[in-house]
Design a protein around this ligand. Sequence first.
Ligand SMILES: [Ca+2]
Length: 321
Amino acid sequence: MSYGSWGADTGEDSGSTPVTLDAWCRQYLGWASPQTPDQLGQTVTLGLPLSSIQAVAKLRSPLLTSQEYFLVENRYPSGWDRGLVANLGSGWAGGLLTLHVDEAIAGNAYVAGSHQMVMAEHADNALYGSVGSGASLFYSGGHDSFTPLTTPSSTYYSGSSSLVGFTAASVPGTSMSFSFYADTSTISISVTPTTAVLLPGASLAITASGDEGWGVTWGLAGASGASKVDAGLTTTLTAPAGTPVADLVFTVEVASAVDASITASSTVTVKSMDLDASGGVDPQDLLSLAAQWGQGTSAPANLKGTGTVDNTDLDALLGQL
Ligand SMILES: [Ca+2]
């Protein structure tokens, strides 16, 4: 708490109103369980520090170290934070306090050539001593953004981008909000396989990559009747068991969990078994299959989509007659 122990409102003796513990202290004590925004543009709302155990936001990219991150909280001249008035002045109106935390550092003592474990990111980029300033806080009308591109920036102590931050801090108040920022420029979602052919009732695992640790969300479009089971970066598609008289085409869609505009898709087909185009699946189709025996994947009778027309395709057709 340092200087905060001696907090006081206007006209009070020093120490009469010790200020609220900062977000790191509350997290350490178990008084705070930070919100962890994970979608670009997600609105995060923060009440006053002691109003809720979730009145803190933790900003961190899953791609990078878990030891270094930012804690954002709403500091406002109310309750114990009236004790800040003695040092910040009666005109202090509140804002978002942003703490840069590096748990790889053992303590908060100043060591030349190093940095402290918990330090405020001063919105006005000024240097302060033991006591900060109202201009240290982020708010609409002052400095309302904190990203890898702003000054001060959300760059890590190593000099690498943290890839996270916030924009659009609201005006000060007992409830404040911001928009979560994530640098998604390194995310490029792809899937394997991009195309496949399935027999009726068969299953196929489709895997995504390039999510940069943020994860993905899966969707399914196209013909009806298929189902899928999502498990992280993999989804397993199961084709409907019925006999297709016309090709069934399914589109498995995948999007970055942090930025839904970054997408990829896989096209899965269940081929028609009406090989002679009679309008139904019947014994005549066996003759068509026999005529294409040994042909490759482009043959209509290659129902499984791999190798050549063989017993697997014959069994599939017999199973559906
Ligand atoms: Ca037919």
